[in-house]
Design a binder for this molecule. Structure first.
Ligand SMILES: Cc1cc2nc3c(=O)[nH]c(=O)nc-3n(C[C@H](O)[C@H](O)[C@H](O)COP(=O)(O)OP(=O)(O)OC[C@H]3O[C@@H](n4cnc5c(N)ncnc54)[C@H](O)[C@@H]3O)c2cc1C
Length: 506
């Protein structure tokens, strides 16, 4: 059967926060260019890429979460089965699913929907610093890119009310960790990609926030199109880069050839390298240096003296049970972790899922560690087995090193220090280290580098080495061992990639 064929100037694969960054910056800077953005997942809301927490009804939210949980509905394991439950809106890459085997990273998960994981994320946007930043970019360049990324994501430091509890929690964390951080990176409120509406309601940033008017099909320019439920199956390479790509409309099963002057793959840190490998690209570093943040946590009830009775959700009908969020930043060499304390209005876990919510002042205390990066931590692609959509099957090889185990043990000590200052550990929820993959911050698999020396997949503008028109994007491009949540960094690096594309197409 002959394939349809069409053309565009810029093709973006993946509509999460990073794909959205390319769409926004490139439509603004290159208004003469046609931009097409595809996503294999469905559109959840009329406004493309909206965070599901901004939906007002519980039913709408649950429906949107379910729609994001993959092309094949796998059985969600319950904790009583001794298996790992996925976060709402995500699905585990379990061998019973459609794509991946996950030895070593049992909690690896993804989202397939317009807006990607950005429709479900917690919006924490700490800035990377010191060794977290790739040293081939100057600090000045980093600061400029991060400021632009903060504007695109609408990062606001003070989105929660500054009440007595907030002041008390912050003072206590500063007492415990103040001597380990520096004046320019103090213990502080977590910078969040969120704003407050006039009625006090918190608005969670998603891909729609970045897209701006592009998110609204009524107002977007005719040069931009977002096409949901359209998978990119293969990039057809020529000697210099991409000739055209093959896509499949999942509602009609129709395949199409799309010719583009520039192709950007922003399909997350697991599926971007999978697509490149399946398209015949064989860079040594492709799929290697995989890392997520080893993560430990505990759950506490705040000391009575800290819990102000006024700390109540402003809009009790909305599902926003977060009353505050605090950050103990990565600081070399004294605190090489990113600590976060999330103050909630109820106990977030229960042995009995049917039991009523236990209200009160609780907090999840989480410390993210830097991974000891290893080439051997990788996505192993199969040459013989294929997934549902004909992509190569993937086996995840991933192990914590002895250094990682020591780092995780230190993070558990730090959590205990935070917990003992802030409250009392809830029975049965004392510090534990989560299975690998739980952070949902997968990095390194299409990493950038300063030179084409086999240790990276793309240059510092995200252009794949040896190609004239192929760019990769998302957390996979981050080459360093970070402790901070990655999205702000990936959006910043996407802004840099846009500079090169603008030079090429202007
Ligand atoms: C519950 C939760 C909490 C989180 N909290 C935070 C946080 O507080 N801070 C933080 O920094 N990060 C957090 N994250 C991670 C954050 O959401 C991701 O870092 C971010 O979404 C990455 O953006 P992205 O655009 O690179 O990829 P994604 O958002 O994953 O989007 C990738 C998109 O590509 C599409 N796609 C994949 N393959 C194809 C294909 N072949 N063809 C077409 N489309 C394809 C997918 O459908 C998906 O929509 C969290 C994630 C979750 C789920």
């Amino acid at each position: 059967m002959s394939m349809n064929s069409e053309s565009t100037d810029i093709l973006i694969i993946g509509s999460g926060p990073v794909g959205a960054t390319f769409a926004r910056v490139l439509t603004e800077r290159l208004p003469q260019c046609k931009v097409l953005m595809l996503d294999g997942g469905p559109r959840l809301t009329q406004q493309a890429g909206m965070h599901v927490m901004n939906l007002s009804s519980h039913q709408e939210r649950s429906r949107a979460q379910r729609l994001s949980e993959g092309p094949v509905r796998t059985k969600i394991p319950s904790p009583s089965e001794g298996r790992i439950p996925a976060q709402p809106g995500t699905y585990l890459l379990d061998p019973s699913g459609d794509t991946f085997a996950t030895s070593g990273m049992p909690a690896a998960a993804m989202s397939t929907n317009v807006g990607g994981m950005g429709a479900h994320w917690s919006c924490a946007c700490p800035r990377p610093a010191m060794e977290e930043r790739a040293s081939f970019l100057s600090n000045e360049t980093w600061d400029e890119l991060l400021s632009t990324a903060e504007r695109l994501l609408r990062v606001t430091p003070g989105v929660f009310p500054l009440d007595a509890t907030a002041i008390g929690v912050l003072a206590e964390l500063r007492r415990i960790f103040g001597h380990e951080t520096t004046n320019d990176r103090p213990v502080d409120f977590m910078p969040l990609a969120s704003t407050r509406a006039e009625n006090g309601e918190r608005i969670w940033s998603g891909a729609d926030t970045i897209l701006g008017e592009l998110a609204d099909p009524e107002t977007n320019p005719t040069t931009f199109e977002l096409r949901p439920q359209t998978m990119c199956l293969r990039l057809m390479m020529n000697d210099h880069g991409i000739d055209y790509v093959i896509t499949k409309d999942l509602s009609t099963q129709r395949t199409t050839k799309i010719y583009a002057r520039v192709v950007i793959v922003a399909a997350d840190a697991l599926r971007t390298p999978q697509l490149l490998w399946g398209s015949g690209l064989r860079a040594d570093a492709l799929g290697h240096y995989l890392n997520d943040h080893p993560q430990s946590k505990c759950i506490i009830q705040l000391h009575e003296g800290l819990a102000s009775p006024k700390s109540k959700p402003l809009i009790p009908t909305k599902p926003d049970h977060v009353l505050g969020m605090y950050w103990v930043p990565f600081t070399m060499p004294t605190h090489t972790f990113s600590g976060q304390v999330v103050h909630l209005d109820h106990l977030p876990v229960s042995a009995d899922p049917g039991a009523p919510k236990v209200e009160g002042h609780f907090a999840i205390v989480t410390w993210f560690c830097r991974k000891d990066l290893q080439y051997r931590d990788c996505l192993e692609f199969s040459d013989t087995e294929a997934t549902l959509h004909g992509m190569p099957s993937v086996n995840i090889q991933y192990r914590l090193t002895e250094i990682d185990k020591t780092t995780a043990a230190t993070s558990r000590e730090l959590i205990r220090r935070a917990a003992s200052g802030l409250g009392r550990v809830v029975d049965g929820l004392d510090v534990w280290t989560l299975p690998s993959g739980s952070s949902l911050h997968y990095q390194g698999t299409v990493r950038m580098g300063a030179a084409d020396d086999g240790t990276s997949v793309c240059d510092s503008h995200s252009q794949v080495w040896g190609t004239t028109n192929l760019f990769v994007a998302g957390n996979g491009v981050i080459p360093t061992a970070t402790a901070c949540n990655p999205t702000l960094t990936s959006v910043a690096l996407a802004v840099r990639a846009c500079e090169r594309i603008v030079e090429m197409l202007a």
